[in-house]
Design a protein around this ligand. Structure first.
Ligand SMILES: NC(=O)c1ccc[n+]([C@@H]2O[C@H](COP(=O)([O-])OP(=O)(O)OC[C@H]3O[C@@H](n4cnc5c(N)ncnc54)[C@H](O)[C@@H]3O)[C@@H](O)[C@H]2O)c1
Ligand SMILES: [Zn+2]
Ligand SMILES: [Zn+2]
Length: 389
């Protein structure tokens, strides 16, 4: 089959790779109809996560049709149209039983790497290097879906492919930021990043009762889209002081909940950002956290900062003093997809969560390298490239 493979830093190609086979009794094989680029793939593309090997298939967000099922698959049959959670979860361990699916203890077949780096292993994830289980990614014609009854969800007939594919990862991620960030009726929420994840965190905050939601970015086309399709307020941080403006819009107090959806390659302004960038480029550390820093400074005392953006290692420009003295709660997580996907598919069916506007570039898989270039460089007003293998 054809697949989009990583060949080295900033090098992608479409190649033939072996077809996947059923390997375990709970596996299904899915023929991919839609698969989407994600901000998390950019960290792999740029070599910031040093466990990719040339020839690895990228992609972790996808929707398709079940074409084969193992003997222990109960929920799905051949022909079902399903969306699949980006993280692989067993459904049976303590973490899965407690709705912490991206912390699953059984799905990462190569736990040693993340155990060493983080103290405990993360779950497996499609197309996300050996460190996350070495599962082949979804930018391909077919994917093997382990624990198919846990990770795959039948899509209601009324929900289009372009909408439902976002239930794989960005919609549950955004929802999780608002939900586990503790958004309550009447809150003011600020979101850093107007990509798909930030926009859907803003939408989730509104549906959870926030009174005002303010999204921050530097790309006007993304901010305008956020105003038009999500209905949130915006700030362009290259033209306005974010901290001052947030204070202004919250009666001097600051937002109750701050959601960071920019990640380890976040951009910034000022001397601290220059320092972050130099250290990252010299590979003295993996992450640069300007948006996390700004969120901690802007958040009201006693508020919550939720980190949705992906980070991998240590940072040395982290405002621990502000966190402690302001009485903040800091949380973060990879997405617990199965916890939120059925609810999100229902909301998609009721038009409460709409995502078609995020699919700015729908391309055949053969044009995968172009799709990634547009997405990475934010060219041609790209928000997400969607591939149709
Ligand atoms: N936690 C999870 O499970 C999960 C799932 C999906 C994606 N992510 C992560 O979420 C992040 C966003 O993903 P995406 O697909 O929306 O990416 P994206 O690249 O489309 O969007 C990121 C946006 O952040 C903006 N940004 C950069 N620096 C900023 C700053 N200092 N302040 C405000 N905005 C800033 C960029 O301009 C861009 O518009 C990535 O880091 C990705 O890895 C996490
Ligand atoms: Zn993703
Ligand atoms: Zn589990």
């Amino acid at each position: 089959m054809r697949a989009l493979v990583w060949e080295g830093v900033d090098a992608l190609a479409v190649r033939d790779v072996p077809d996947p086979r059923l390997e375990n009794r709970q596996d299904a094989i899915v023929r991919v109809r839609r698969t989407v680029t994600c901000g998390s793939d950019l960290h792999l593309l740029g070599g910031y996560i040093p466990f990719m090997r040339a020839g690895d298939v990228l992609g972790h967000e996808f929707l398709g049709e079940v074409v084969e099922v193992g003997p222990d698959v109960r929920k799905h049959s051949i022909g079902d149209r399903v969306v699949v959670s980006s993280f692989v979860a067993c459904g049976r361990c303590w973490y899965c039983a407690n709705d912490l699916h991206s912390c699953c203890d059984n799905s990462n077949t190569n736990p040693a790497v993340t155990e060493t780096v983080w103290g405990q292993a993360a779950a497996g994830c499609y197309g996300y290097s050996d460190a996350m289980g070495g599962f082949r990614g979804s930018h391909a014609e077919y994917v093997r879906v382990p624990f198919a009854d846990v990770g795959a969800f039948k899509v209601p007939d009324g929900v289009s492919d372009e909408r439902a594919v976002f239930a794989s990862d960005s919609a549950p991620t955004g929802w999780m930021g608002a939900h586990l960030g503790g958004v309550r009726q009447g809150d003011v929420v600020a979101v850093w990043g107007a990509g798909a994840v930030g926009q859907l965190a803003a939408r989730a905050s509104m549906l959870l009762g926030a009174e005002r939601v303010i999204v921050i970015d530097r790309f006007d086309y993304r901010l305008q889209m956020t105003e038009r399709h999500i209905g949130a307020e915006t700030i362009n941080y290259t033209r306005t002081s974010v901290a001052g403006e947030l204070r202004e819009r919250t009666g001097g107090r600051g937002p109750d909940v701050c959601v960071e959806a920019a990640g380890m390659e976040a951009h910034g302004i000022g001397p601290e950002y220059l320092y972050d960038q130099v250290k990252q480029q010299l590979r003295l550390r993996q992450d640069r956290p300007p948006a996390v820093r700004e969120a901690i400074h802007a958040c009201r005392k006693g508020g919550t900062v939720f980190v949705l953006g992906a980070f991998t290692g240590m940072v040395d420009t982290f405002p621990l003093g502000a966190l402690m003295n302001k009485g903040l709660t800091l949380r973060g997580a990879q997405t617990h997809g199965p916890r939120y996907i059925p609810m999100l598919l229902d909301r998609m069916e009721r038009d409460e969560v709409v995502t078609e506007h995020l699919a700015t570039h729908v391309l055949p898989l053969a044009e995968g390298p172009l799709g990634y270039q547009l997405f990475k460089e934010k060219q041609d007003e790209c928000v997400r490239a969607v591939f149709t293998p």
